[in-house]
Design a protein around this ligand. Sequence first.
Ligand code: PNW
Length: 448
Amino acid sequence: MTRREFPKGFLWGSATAAYQIEGSPLADGAGASIWQRFSHTPGKTVNGDTGDIACDHYRRYADDVKLMRELGMQAYRFSVGWGRVLPDGNGRVNEKGLGFYDRLVDTLLENGIEPLCTLYHWDLPEALDNRGGWLNPDIANWFADYASVMYRKLDGRVKKWATLNEPWVVTDGGYLHGALAPGHENLFETPIASHHLLRAHGAAVKAYRAEGKNQIGIVVNIEPKHPASDDPADIAATKRADAYMNRQYLDPIFFGRYPGEMKEVFGEAWPEWPAEDYALIQQKIDWLGLNYYTRGVTKADPKAWPVGGRNEPPKGAVLTETGWELFPKGLTDTLVWMKERYGDLPLYVTENGAAMKDPPIAGGRVQDQHRVDYLRTHLSAVNDAIKAGVDVRGYMVWSLLDNLEWSLGYSKTFGIVHVDFKTQQRTPKDSARFYAEVIASNGGAALA
Ligand code: PNW
């Protein structure tokens, strides 16, 4: 093994999410999602951008799979639009919507690319939101029913499933700060939504044990939290920030209880739940997905909702276009921490990437050297974790394509492939060429 080579069978791929790339959100009988409503509400997204067209992937998926193959990709993490399959969120199945994912998976397999399927990447059917969405306890059953439709259709062809993408972002963005759909700002609702997300996850895993044969897990975003100084107030705020973002979801799944700090974080808004909920949440899972972007440096600030601390990158920190500090070592540390805290189960980096200002296309190239450097340093960090004994099985770069960055619209781009949103022309950036070399050498030559 050369210095940076990865274990045999390490899975190299890329990731996307339905609403961010598909376009045609209402085609073929699909039901609207909360992102359809949110992005069409004036003032909610930068430039009023919506997912109406996005990367037009719903119609161009076959070309996009071909492009993945040309880049040597071995895996592709995508998400399913719940409302395409169940326009009312529950009940009636829309065969045409289901057919899209059926064809996508077949096309991936024909091209030798392993599909990883995420069931929920934020596009809740509007019909369910109208019934309370993640605040309605019935959603655990709605989600398990929807998940079962997908298992019956795709299990076997899809061997790796994820229930939820980043439940923390769903609640912090959607129910507390209002920056993401459904756009609520309510301290009391936030832990309720979190709890029903966890119950829904548990119910979907339980349904999988009845219907599926392969592997199911969950995808979380984690940031190592460091105090801004050794002031005890900063250290205490850092502990709360760590519990809130990093342990709030995984502790209940692995230990059947929330972190002790949660009561401190939410005060009188923190509810009590019956024991049977924890039994449902604590289903055994087969793998864990980590979305890693940055670290957090916490400065105590009583006004900063809800942990009493705000993020304050140190002087001299290099930030990406979304204001996230470059901190590759945090990826090693996080993978090691996950193994130490939650046990030795297979881990996948299910997202990692950066929004950066790209130079314009020139001579058919986008020279995004900064993103090449980002990938090189972060892949080396993954390699360090593997050398430290962590069972990391794969890496999915975020993202294959420039796409709708949620409320930031098309103003911030994470793609290793440039998309011209007028012509829908795809141009692999230098980072895509670099990543193709990494894959071809299994990390070795390109990273050494
Ligand atoms: C992830 N944070 O979102 C999502 O899974 C993607 O859909 C998104 O495009 C990508 O990262 C880039 O933003 C995150 O504040 C949003 O810690 C916010 C955070 C982390 C991830």
